[in-house]
Design a protein around this ligand. Structure first.
Ligand SMILES: Cc1cc2nc3c(=O)[nH]c(=O)nc-3n(C[C@H](O)[C@H](O)[C@H](O)COP(=O)(O)OP(=O)(O)OC[C@H]3O[C@@H](n4cnc5c(N)ncnc54)[C@H](O)[C@@H]3O)c2cc1C
Length: 296
């Protein structure tokens, strides 16, 4: 097996163009597991770790551009205040060791429907920046990036450079159901992002369809229903309808981690809970006062 070790982004793109079957490796927390279990023996590995362009993040015209090689631990520590939904999801990934090595770029590359970064990326309207030596940059909205189970929109000569997203314009939450509390692949997961400026609600459903997806009917319903102007209370009926529409957006399967019915039920519970937390934040409700108490 060849081991390619470019030192710059340009060299990495040139190497990928020359060796389209080379498998990029960043944190290696997916790639090495697959190799150890003989799931995949690529002819070459393309080590992106020396490529410094991938490990930084920046604010460009108010929008965040985060390198594909920024590990979860840095997302949590450096960007947790600006991207609370993604930071919450990052805190649930694996163990401290995995969060030190693993990256959103790798999560996108693997494109597992259960990947924890996907729901907040989708809910927050993230855009994935990919590049090839031959055709330059493509900007792909997160919703269009996932094309099937463990499949994404990358061409063989393309690499993920970064993802772009706005600093949270309002409350964001992520919730994940697992078979235990830590070191667990999501049975299903859900992210919500409120945008009070545009009066829109973003959602992301994870591990409940072949790809991460939005619950668009739920978003449309809730965006029109919420009393953005007066920050009025959340009605039980609205929360329940939102939960129902999120559930309807899912098309899960029965597998070793859970049944389709369980996933749908869990999604509706997570949708209602995260909406209640987010709306309470928006209203400035004081926890424990009963104000905006969870609709049930
Ligand atoms: C013990 C354990 C626990 C885990 N727990 C979780 C969990 O709770 N939640 C979760 O979501 N995941 C979990 N994972 C999976 C893994 O940690 C994540 O998917 C992580 O985000 C992968 O990032 P990485 O940098 O290690 O990717 P790598 O393993 O380096 O790469 C993953 C894939 O992305 C591709 N890739 C990497 N970088 C690029 C790039 N710049 N351009 C194009 N393709 C690229 C690779 O070729 C590969 O296909 C776990 C893994 C282990 C081993």
């Amino acid at each position: 097996m060849d081991f390619l070790r470019p030192l710059t982004w340009e060299d990495a793109l040139a190497a990928k163009a020359e060796h389209p079957d080379a498998v990029p490796i960043q944190g290696g927390t997916d790639v090495m597991v697959e190799m150890n279990f003989d799931v995949h023996r690529p002819p070459a590995l393309l080590d992106l770790n020396p490529v410094r362009e991938l490990t930084g993040w920046d604010s460009v015209d108010g929008r965040l551009r985060i390198g594909a090689g920024v590990p979860y631990v840095r997302l949590i520590e450096e960007l947790g205040d600006r991207l609370p939904g993604l930071a919450q999801a990052s805190r649930t990934v694996g163990s401290p060791q995995i969060r030190n090595r693993g990256t959103v770029g790798g999560n996108l590359g693997a494109a597992s429907p259960a990947g924890d970064s996907h729901p907040p990326l989708v809910a927050g309207d993230a855009v994935i920046e990919v590049e090839s030596a031959a055709r330059g940059t493509r900007m792909i909205p997160a919703t269009g990036f996932y094309t099937g189970v463990k499949r994404n929109a990358l061409e063989p000569d393309e690499l993920i450079r970064a993802f772009w997203t706005d600093p949270a314009p309002g409350p964001q939450y992520f919730s994940k159901i697992g078979t235990r509390n830590a070191m667990v692949i999501a049975v299903c997961s859900f992210a919500i992002a409120l945008n009070p400026e545009t009066r829109r609600v973003g959602t992301g459903v994870g591990s409940a369809a072949p790809t991460p997806r939005r619950a668009t009917a739920a978003e449309d319903f809730l965006s029109a229903e919420l009393d953005w102007e007066n920050r009025g209370p959340l009605s039980v009926a609205a929360a329940q309808r939102f939960a129902e529409l999120v559930k309807e957006a899912a098309s899960p399967i029965d597998d070793v981690r859970g049944t389709a019915d369980y996933r749908k039920h869990a999604l509706s519970v997570m949708a209602r809970r995260t909406l209640t937390w987010a709306w309470n934040d928006y209203r400035g409700a004081v926890p424990g006062t009963g104000e905006g108490k969870e609709a049930s």
